[in-house]
Design a protein around this ligand. Sequence first.
Ligand code: GLN
Length: 485
Amino acid sequence: MASIRELHRQLTNKERSAEELTRETLDRIETIDPQVRGFLQVMADAAIDRARRVDAKIAAGEAIGHLEGIPIAIKDNICTAGVPTTCGSKILENFVPPYNATVIEKLEAAGAILIGKTNLDEFAMGSSTENSAFQVTANPWDLDRVPGGSSGGSAAVVAANECTVALGSDTGGSIRQPASLCGVVGMKPTYGLVSRYGLVAYASSLDQIGPLAGTVEDAAILLEAIAGYDPKDSTSLKTEIPSYYKALKPNLKPKRHLRIGVIQETFGQGVDPAVEQAVKDALTVLQELGAEVQVISCPTFRYGLPAYYIIAPSEASANLARYDGVKYGMRVEDAENLIDMYAKTRARGFGSEVKRRIVIGTYALSAGYYDAYYLKAQKVRTLIRQDFDRAFNHVDILVCPTSPTTAFKAGEKTADPLGMYLSDLMTIPVNLAGLPALSLPCGFDEGGLPIGMQAIGNVLQEQLLLEVAHAYEQATPWSQKRPKL
Ligand code: GLN
């Protein structure tokens, strides 16, 4: 799939109509998706209608915006009015939201073509998309491997050229880790930059919506379209949104001296040697582009994972209490009384990982354990934030691997929840601190699987992150490689 800029050029020059582009995308999905299984739902008719409206605008000589006519996929935990939004869960299998998420309203206003809803781990809980109640998505680079998760469907369909860009959500790494495993760009914005109104809540103090794209430039265009204050989300930030796209330059030289910190604790033990080497090589490239690289210690970084697995399940146990067979989705009919109906609906509607989190979270929040677990985890969260604050006194950006490994085999970690949780070791601290970060391709391992590098910025430093990532991308061949499908 060509980049947004290229597609925009073709559309405005009438080399191709939006309807043709949409039909080609739908054809590609029809041929490729039976192997990738990234889509839960394709909105073919609505997409073609929308494309025709864009074509009418072009025919009338009106100028079109960058996203106009561009096919986009949406993670299926983002509400789309009139279109099922399942969260990859049996309990919401037949749930059709009566309203759009704010990001969907913004994309529709920008003229993007919503092409379909993508697979995810149930309620975004997981790192491989194997926790979906409906299907297992394959990694387009090797169909026996996982695409990462929980936004595995969105990452896979972008990598497989089934779509130009996609939206994901990231609570502990769910945009960045699948981006890394699928060889695409994925960005988690600063907490509060993008409205979560209409995003089905997992852990509300951590959740953010963000872009997945083939290139940094495409991610910048998409972020610009979805960011901004929304009175419907009480955590939304009142901040000016710069033109992330216009700020991109092919190199770093004219900028003030850029200081990059490499997080010492993210190398060594447990990290694939190929991943470590690729990130080190990327740092050399960044140095050649004019950045100064220094080693930075974030000693509390490694406590992110245990703190997260108290905080996220605690919030999830509260958020998921609403699925009781009364207000939303599935209801078991063969119940003897109300309590029995609640119990049976939740027992049959939720998968085992979701139940595990509800049990952990309910336990951690229970009287007598609250201080020992939840409160302690919140204190750890503060320490992690302080570590980052200290680091950003010395450097502008922090770099580390996105994930300790490349894509693993389907089934390899399903019986080992802790092993699965370790996939997000390096992405989780970023959510706990509310910071922006992106994952971008920085090489391949000996098996030809993509490797991702994570760049973390201080609060609201999205523009700087995108500029640096873009300069790196221009200097390296990684983003041009696509899986052979
Ligand atoms: N893999 C992590 C989890 O299972 C992160 C998920 C996410 O970011 N939604 O919670």
